[in-house]
Design a protein around this ligand. Structure first.
Ligand code: 6PG
Length: 261
């Protein structure tokens, strides 16, 4: 994991509201996936859990056959150790908001088998990740404590070779499986999706850690590398220093593909 921090800065895309954020992130992700497929004939995409990605997923599904899902393997950044049809399952959320709405099946859906329990599910996911090419794009959300996936501030540092580990979340379901910093560092690109005023102060803290070259929060460590794109609505970006993004994008359709640094 490039924890040097100092040099790397995320590219910040700011949007007026959650709806514009979802549309703008979907447009950028669709372009990134098309680029990976054009270059390598396939793409590996890891989805985030929680609630923020729901609107993004609906926007991705609405793009229909414009995204070549038949060339995309869908992975997960993390999972709760519950059955796949449990309301707390990140897989279930992705199935309901994206996978069941696609015009074609993805090349593969690499679900984390959380129902097998944390240790067994993590070992199983590790084995599959080891056999696969590095992920092209990992979508992450950020918790209000600065966690990403199920890598929390209190999560012990994983073994150097680990790509997936068991972790404990502060809120139930406590048992989780998560991609590790190494797996995130190996991905071609990272999208961090943050929405809402409740996260503004923490996001500014993360940004400050990157500015100081001392990333310690998981969201900062995951962002302290090249090819990281923060997709924010104005509420989440409100506490960032002035000038961290050239302008707010009100209508992503008019600004598609425009990157703000
Ligand atoms: C999870 C997610 C987690 C999530 C953040 C933000 O399993 O809960 O992977 O990392 O992205 O907690 O969650 P919200 O989008 O619901 O705020």
């Amino acid at each position: 994991m490039n924890d040097g921090g100092g040099a790397a800065r995320p590219t910040i895309h700011r949007f007026a509201d959650p709806a514009a954020l979802a549309e703008g992130a979907a447009a950028w992700i669709a372009d990134a996936l098309a680029g990976a497929i054009a270059a390598r004939g396939q793409a590996g995409l890891a989805l985030a859990g929680g609630n923020t990605p729901r609107a993004l997923h609906r926007q991705l599904a609405a793009r229909g056959e414009a995204i070549d899902w038949g060339a995309i393997t869908v992975w997960f950044g993390d999972e709760r150790c519950v059955p796949p049809d449990d309301v707390a399952s990140n897989y279930r959320m992705a199935r309901d908001t994206l996978l069941d709405r696609l015009p074609m099946a993805p090349a593969a859906v690499e679900r984390i088998a959380g129902e097998r329990g944390p240790a067994d599910a993590a070992a199983d996911y590790q084995r599959r990740l080891e056999l696969a090419p590095p992920l092209d794009l990992v979508v992450l959300g950020m918790g209000d404590d600065g966690h990403v996936a199920s890598w929390f501030p209190a999560t012990p540092e994983p073994a150097p070779g680990a790509l997936a580990v068991a972790s404990l979340g502060p809120n139930p379901p406590h048992d989780r499986v998560t991609l590790t910093p190494r797996a995130l560092a190996a991905a071609d690109a990272i999208v961090l999706l943050v929405s809402g005023a409740a996260k503004a102060t923490r996001l500014a803290e993360v940004y400050g850690e990157l500015e100081a070259g001392r990333p310690t929060l998981p969201a900062a460590r995951a962002s302290a590398r090249p090819a990281v794109h923060w997709f924010l609505d104005e509420a989440a970006a409100a506490a960032l220093p002035d000038g961290t993004a050239a302008e707010t994008i009100d209508d992503p359709r008019a600004q598609r593909g425009k990157e703000l640094s």
